[in-house]
Every structure is written in structure tokens, then in C-alpha cells.
Write a protein that binds this ligand. Structure first.
Ligand code: URA
Length: 192
């Protein structure tokens, strides 16, 4: 018997999930998108209305901005990043996912990380950064800093939806993506 869970097996489990109160109101599970062989994983907060309808992360206005910024830094969901969220089902009225919802869902994200084995994980916004890096993480103060956790480099940056509201943070957010590019190049060189 093959004991190695694939991303497709995992997707099927998540699609059948009823572990929290977000399940009954979802249109689609938003599992993740991108190249599973990527060395970089991006983690957002949770699906919004467009993502819930299409079953793919970051497809609304925030996603368009994210894709543009990624592309300018040499990354894309078609080629070299994998994108997922802290919770796989849409929180109603786009509220933040509640701690119990994150708790119910985080095992799926951990399994995604185990399967994809990224070298770096970028947390998009406070919710992901506080869950994955440090509970007191402050995006405005600590964005762009790399933390090594269990052999994986972690970084927090601005959520693209926050950048739509506060455009003055776009240069800093883009600088974070350039720092990510440099980090990945340095890691690749070290590997030889
Ligand atoms: N915001 C997120 O955090 N994730 C998405 O997939 C879309 C918007």
C-alpha cells in the first residue's frame, strides 16, 4: 500500500471536510494553486467571494495585484510558487477566520507543506504571519524579515488586499518580494 499522501488525495479529503462552521456556507473549497514542485509557498488568510465561487485562491482584485507584483519579482503561480490559505473555506462577510476555524484547518496546510516541502513560506498579512511565525507578529514592523523555523525560511509581508487600501505600502511589499527572490537565489547557490 502506498502510504505517501499526494496533493490530490489531500484535496479530496479537504473537499469532503465538515470540521468547522465554515463548511456549510462554502460554494467551493479553495485548496491551493500553483506548481507543487515550487520552492516558495505563499499563504493568505482565507477565500473571499470570488475565490469561493471559482475554487482558486487570490482571483479577485487583490489576486490580480499579487500576480502583477509576483511577476515583476520573477514569480508566478503558473511556474514557481504554490499559493494556499490558512482556511480553505470562505469566512462569511470576509471576516477574519476565527481561531477555532484556523485550528480546525491548519492540519491541511501542514500536510500541504509536508508534501510540497518549500524552502520558503511567505505569509500574506497578519492572520497568516501570526499563526505561522509568531502570535505577536506585526506586519508593519517585521515585514521582509526572514525567520528560520524547522528548516524552512518564513517571512511575513503585507496582504495584497491591504495594499489596495493603503497603496503607500506597495513599494515596501515589492521590496519584500525582491528580498525573497534574493533569498531563493542565495539558497540555490549554497545548494550548488
Ligand atoms: N484573500 C486571501 O487571504 N486569500 C485569498 O485566497 C483571497 C483573498
Amino acid at each position: 500500500m502506498n502510504m505517501i499522501q499526494t496533493l490530490d488525495d489531500l484535496r479530496r479529503s479537504v473537499e469532503a471536510c465538515t470540521a468547522c462552521k465554515l463548511a456549510p456556507t462554502r460554494t467551493n473549497v479553495v485548496f491551493g494553486v500553483g506548481n507543487p514542485a515550487s520552492r516558495v509557498m505563499l499563504v493568505g488568510e482565507g477565500p473571499g467571494a470570488n475565490e469561493d465561487l471559482q475554487g482558486e485562491p487570490f482571483v479577485g482584485r487583490a489576486g490580480i495585484l499579487l500576480d502583477k507584483m509576483l511577476l515583476a519579482a520573477g514569480f508566478s503561480r503558473q511556474e514557481n510558487v504554490y499559493i494556499a490559505n490558512m482556511v480553505k473555506c470562505r469566512p462569511p462577510q470576509n471576516r477574519d477566520p476565527a481561531p477555532d476555524e484556523i485550528e480546525a484547518c491548519i492540519g491541511y496546510l501542514r500536510s500541504q507543506v509536508r508534501i510540497i516541502r518549500p524552502k520558503a513560506i511567505v505569509c500574506l498579512g497578519r492572520v497568516a504571519a501570526q499563526a505561522l511565525i509568531a502570535p505577536d507578529f506585526r506586519v508593519t514592523r517585521q515585514h521582509g524579515e526572514f525567520f528560520l523555523k524547522n528548516g524552512t525560511w518564513m517571512m511575513g509581508t503585507f496582504h495584497p488586499a491591504a495594499l489596495l487600501r493603503s497603496a503607500e505600502n506597495k513599494p515596501a511589499a515589492f521590496a519584500d518580494l525582491l528580498a525573497l527572490r534574493d533569498k531563493m537565489e542565495a539558497l540555490a547557490q549554497k545548494e550548488g
